[in-house]
Design a protein around this ligand. Sequence first.
Ligand SMILES: C[S@@+](CC[C@H](N)C(=O)[O-])C[C@H]1O[C@@H](n2cnc3c(N)ncnc32)[C@H](O)[C@@H]1O
Length: 279
Amino acid sequence: MLKGVGHRKKVRRKVSKKTGKTQFDKYELYSKAVQSAENDVVFIRNTYKELKKKAPRIFREDFCGTFALSTEWIKLDPKHQSIGVDLDPEPIAYGKAHYLSKLRPEQQKRMKVIEGNVMDPSLEKADIIAAMNFSYFCFKQRWMLKNYFANAYKTLSKDGIFLLDVFGGSQCYDAIEDRMKHKDFTYYWDQTNFDPVTNNAVFHIHFRVGGKKIEQVFTYDWRLWSISEIREIMHEVGFAKSHVYWEGTAKDGSGDGNFTRVDHGESCESWIAYVVAEK
Ligand SMILES: C[S@@+](CC[C@H](N)C(=O)[O-])C[C@H]1O[C@@H](n2cnc3c(N)ncnc32)[C@H](O)[C@@H]1O
């Protein structure tokens, strides 16, 4: 959502033979605007190695959508296996057509995609469980988030880690629309309806492609959880330790993309961090 990603590839605009109108590929734009799967899997692997002093093998991507991370995990090492879990068949079908199909047969065998619920206690165990792009913010009640964390704990291997990203900062309470221009499209992150009583807020992603702004391509109805709440709940469900990885600052004051373990953060308009729990 808030992550800036470098973009070199061109956005393919498809022209429907029937209507002659320009169509757009919402998952392709989403991936270019907010995902950085190749870099994320390297960070995730290195974090596991740093904490556990050994190499991880099985990666589970909860709320996987088009399972871009799971695919990159497979490519990173021939011993890697991954499991993607999502309720929605639409992004799963997209991932199968656009990502899974591009893996070699041997790589495809190491990958599993499950159309299912992250709350399912029979999900396969993994060395790493990741819930990225703030997807767990969909759990608005504390007991719901706690049940999810408890299931992640239960379905994690003995030496496993559970990794989440989280965002915050004074700006995330304002009704603002952030805009980021890319080569062939513009990405908008629209924050609305922050409610200080419930901490709930609604977010939209819009895109402008070929001169036309397409509104509310993705909408998220979330509760904004704080790092301290997340860590407290992790410990309540049994995690032995939790760590926070905070982004360094570039010369211009923006995030530099390097995350290191910290005991304290700094107050700023907008930040992203990772919270990592150890079983
Ligand atoms: C914000 S998208 C994140 C997609 C992907 N993780 C990413 O990094 O871009 C949230 C996804 O969570 C899925 N989802 C929501 N609740 C879920 C649940 N209880 N179990 C599994 N998937 C769920 C939705 O279908 C959606 O694809």
